[in-house]
Write a protein that binds this ligand. Sequence first.
Ligand code: 6CS
Ligand code: FE
Length: 283
Amino acid sequence: MQSLWVDRRGPVIKGSAEQGPLSQQQLDEFENKGFLFEPNFISGDELALLREELKALLENDAFRGKDYSVVEPSGKEIRSLFAVHYLSKVFARLANNERLVGRARQILGGETYVHQSRINYKPGFEGKGFNWHSDFETWHAEDGMPDMNAVSASIVLTDNHEFNGPLMLIPGSHRVFVPCIGETPDNNHETSLKKQEVGVPSQEALRQLIERNGIEAPKGSAGGLLLFDCNTLHGSNANMSPDPRSNAFFVYNRVDNRCGEPFAAKGRRPDFLAHEPEGRFEP
Ligand code: 6CS
Ligand code: FE
């Protein structure tokens, strides 16, 4: 019987506590669990400005219908807005903020660039979920990302509670690579960004990994920071509450891990999903 997964080789954390800003204890937690949640990372006026910009971007009709603005399966509400660090000066400043870049550099052990940015809006009642998946599986297969040297920084912009679909993660799942069955369909992203059905782990692999370490869903008020490894299995439920669950994500990739030809897809995905280190993006 084919094995459910392949064990990941080598350390997850490639930097050191001496570099800062994360402590040895925080690095150890990330190494063991594959994620680290820091409540109240951003607050006050800085958070208020981000929330205003979140609303302005959501209401900007210029983005409607563009490939980087993905709507929910219902076709109405915006599900994800990609390349936000190119669309917004406020989010560009946040993406380049040393408090984030320093964490990424410390975890990855080298200089980084933004491989992808997005705001997942998950509007009240309408925001649908995301099936369990490893981002690295997609970025390796479809964007040509060679190794697991990328980290996602998710900034919680609206309160995340148990009813509005907080991000759920399987602790320790970053230590195994779960191969996904089936070929990558052409232009897979045109459906996977709305509802990912291809490139998802088997239920047996999920069952065994969840039996080992359970599921965690960091919750809390707006302003928290969730750092998670590119290979940590995660997903989220639909939003069953009136409260939006809007998070901004920046994916930092190590410069020497830049994307090349896809490892399991016929063609490269559009640049709003996989930026080049020196790339420009024309909205
Ligand atoms: O395909 C991607 O790049 C996106 N898909 C998911 C479900 N998470 C990561 C990323 O935003
Ligand atoms: Fe994801």
